[in-house]
Design a protein around this ligand. Sequence first.
Ligand SMILES: [Zn+2]
Length: 390
Amino acid sequence: MGKSTYVNPVEEVTSMLEIESITGNERELAFYLLDRFKSIGCRTSLFEAATGRYNITAVIEGTSSGKPGLLFHGHLDTVPPYNMENPFSPYEVDGCIHGRGSVDQKGGLAAVLAAFSAYMNSGKTPEKSIVFVGVIDEESEHRGSMALREMGIDADFAVVTEPTALKLGIGCKGTAPIRIEIVGKPAHGCRPWLGTNAVVAGMEITRELMNETLPECIIEGIGKVKASWNLGRIEGGDAYNIVADRCSIWFDRRLIPGETQEQIQTRVSKLIDKYESTDNITVSAEIARPDWNWDPIKKRGLLPALTEINSEIVKYVKRAHHIVKGSDPVIFFTDGYQEMDFLVNDLGIESIQYGPGDSSLCHTDNEQLSISDLKSCTDVYLELIRLICE
Ligand SMILES: [Zn+2]
């Protein structure tokens, strides 16, 4: 194994934060990271996951010809700065680095790069290969992770490097974004009996959906987890004295393990049929999100994922965390959505989430990454490589 330059995760995340990589514009960061991984001695490659937009892979080659022992997954894109000050001029205050993407999730990318570099510097050659895959488009249509299968990505175990504040995430909920459109019949407000009010129908549909008993399940080591409906946006009507003939409602249905997008669509269709049989009204529903224009992701959906608490990867991460921190990590299941969905459900890889930074700061104007988290996470990733791949 060749000599490489030691990589400092703090300097790495700082350099990455200076490269704007808002969803759709991941290219510069992809090429930058490709160079960084190449410079520490990894075999690297590019994969065009959408036109002109590249996923990258970096491999530390093992001596065995079998599949890689460990895969690190991270996304290259960030959300826009919104009202953040100095989003692309990173600075440090009180042990934290500020910048758009510091937590979500350039800290995770920097920790992988630094751990790979430290391993290369150790002069050892692992038995099993270690792979990093950096994907585009996580914040929108998930085109990067949709391409993982096509890329032939495989491994015994995977770590999603999204921020978890060094807690160990064993699963996530899925999410089904649904838009319901209601078209009624307009009439003057003085004679509402001549029209059909789409907003009133929308209110009834909403009440029925939100009042239904939602599925719940018990996850071993976690406790009770429950599905949810959120009404995020409703619009309709033109004037106070006209019967509203249009209504559009956006829902976000969160799915627990075992639920599928098709089940939710079937449930919504049944409800809609009931209203459709009423005169002068048409109701339709579809999987829709304001930023989704790509049919494959609407069709596949964003599914829940779960890795058993007694699985091998959970044991390995607990051990690595213990070596570095001297205690066991907190184990959790997130109500949010994570791309471990693709690793677990499409590729069948035992996967967990573990990364630096406080996820409650993701997408906020106050996004900042704890340097101590970043350094500890680098050390934990390095221990994991040793435990699983040597
Ligand atoms: Zn993220």
